[in-house]
Design a protein. Structure first.
Length: 514
């Protein structure tokens, strides 16, 4: 059945109304959503605007700080530049003042030179006038030519100047000599007062006392094997004579003699004497003596506060502990000379270290003179030179006895202090009888040669001065005579150190005015 038309109309109306309502509702909902969107957009825009404002403010603040920092840096640079300019200006002002002062000084010097030049011109004019008048006077008086008068005048002036100069030089030399002698006496007195040790005199003796006569037989051994073994091991000669309970040891080397003495004393004390025992004890004693030598050398260098010394030099120096000259221990004598030289060098303003080394090493050649040919001063200088001692040291050692010409003042000081140490009362001991016999023998040897007129032993027997007849001995013969006398002395005479032989040949012409 079909619906009535009004239902269709109602349905259409209701549908239209319902559609209008739906459209209205949609429109309202859309209007509400658009407002919210607009509000959100407005809030976002405000937020973005605020952030942009904040960022712009920060950028402006950052730019301002950067500008202020750059401004401060430029201002500091300007201040520093201004300071440098002020300093430069002050330096220029000072330089200008110095230049002005120098200019004024130069002007004053030029003025002074001009004034002196004028005075010299005046003096020259006066001299020319005086010379002309003198020449005229000479010509008038002697009838001399102008050239002859001039030469005579110049000769007279030169003679007067030479006389004045000679008188002044003589006065200066006499004054210097007086002052030098007085100053030398003062310095040597001060040096001796500062170093005044007690005198130690140790006699070198190799005479051993035996407990009984039976010990001589033990020392000799069966068929002399013990004494031969002892002499072969130690290098010394054993002298056994009729003197009761005495054995004498003889050797040129003082170290060997000391080793032999200690070995013999220990063998005598032990009582067991045979070749094996002798070799064993001698080896032990040699080691002990070698240690003693090194210790003595080190101790001598330490006493003087010396710097580095070569070990070889120290060992040779320590051997002087067993060497004596006129009963004076050579090592103690060397230390004493070193102290005296140090005091003198300090007074003279010289190098004290060099002076001490020269004094300590001046007799070091005596430890080797029985092994090496030559004077002990030359031997010691060669040793020191080989082991790196300074040139002043070995040259001073070489010339302290005048074998060579002194090249430094230290050699002269060494000779002086050596004489002071040796000549002190009690420093050296020798029998007066032996001393006189040696001098007489020395002169007798020199007088025994043909052509010798007379001879004199000088410097306590250290030099023999031989006067020869010039008609019998020529200059060439005098050289040969000195050599022959030297050989005779070495062969026939025993003496410490060395003896200088001087042959003097002179021709004198004598006449008498009546």
């Amino acid at each position: 059945m079909t619906a009535p038309w009004w239902w269709i109309l109602v349905a259409v109306v209701l549908g239209a109304a319902l559609g209008a309502v739906v459209v209205w509702l949609r429109a309202r909902v859309a209007g509400r959503d658009a407002g919210q969107i607009l509000e959100q957009a407005r809030q976002q825009a405000q937020t973005i605007l605020q952030e942009a404002r904040l960022q712009a403010h920060e950028e402006r603040a950052r730019a301002r700080e950067l500008f202020e920092e750059e401004t401060r840096e430029r201002r500091a640079e300007l201040v520093e530049t201004e300071k440098r300019l002020i300093q430069r200006e002050a330096q220029l002002e000072r330089r200008a003042e110095l230049q002005q002062a120098k200019a004024e000084e130069l002007i004053a010097q030029e003025r002074d030179l001009a004034q002196r030049e004028g005075e010299l011109f005046k003096l020259q004019d006066n001299l020319d006038t005086l010379r002309a008048s003198l020449e005229k006077e000479w010509q008038r008086l002697g009838g001399l030519t102008r050239e002859e008068a001039r030469q005579l005048l110049m000769q007279q002036i030169e003679d007067e100047a030479r006389k004045d100069a000679a008188a002044q030089v003589r006065a200066i030399l006499e004054e210097a000599k007086r002052d030098a002698e007085r100053e030398a006496q003062r310095i040597l007195t001060i040096a001796m007062e500062r170093y005044a040790p007690r005198v130690v005199s140790a006699n070198t003796t190799c005479t051993l006392t035996l407990p009984n006569e039976e010990m001589k037989g033990r020392i000799i051994g069966r068929e002399g094997r013990n004494i031969r073994a002892f002499e072969a091991v130690t290098g010394v000669n054993v002298l056994i004579d009729d003197t009761p309970q005495v054995v004498v040891l003889s050797a040129f080397d003082p170290v060997r003699r000391e080793v032999a003495r200690l070995t013999m004393e220990r063998l005598i004390a032990d009582g067991r004497i045979n070749p094996a025992r002798i070799e064993e004890e001698a080896a032990r004693v040699a080691t002990e003596v070698q240690q003693t030598i090194r210790h003595a050398g080190d101790e001598a260098a330490a006493q003087l506060n010396l710097g580095r010394v070569a070990p070889e030099v120290v060992e040779v120096l320590g051997r002087l502990k067993f060497r004596h000259s006129f009963a004076q221990n050579v090592l103690d004598h060397s230390v004493e000379v070193a102290r005296l030289m140090a005091n003198v060098a300090a007074e003279l303003g010289l190098n004290v270290e060099i002076a001490k080394r020269v004094g300590l090493f001046h007799d070091i050649g005596k430890a080797l003179d029985h092994e090496v040919e030559g004077a002990h001063a030359i031997i010691g200088a060669q040793l020191l030179r080989r082991h790196g001692e300074p040139q002043e040291v070995w040259q001073g050692v070489a010339c302290h006895h005048h074998e060579v010409e002194p090249l430094t003042v230290y050699g002269v000081l060494a000779g002086i202090c050596d004489a002071i140490s040796a000549s002190r009362p009690g420093a050296r001991s020798e029998s007066m009888e032996i001393y006189l016999q040696r001098l007489e023998k020395l002169e007798a040897i020199a007088n025994s040669f043909p052509g010798v007129e007379k001879s004199y032993a000088l410097q306590a027997g250290r030099e023999i001065r031989v006067m020869v007849e010039p008609s019998k001995v020529s200059d060439t013969d005098a050289i040969l005579l000195a050599r022959d006398i030297r050989k005779r002395i070495e062969a026939e005479l025993q003496y410490p150190g060395q003896i200088k032989v001087t042959v003097v040949r002179e021709t004198r012409a004598v006449d008498y005015a009546k």
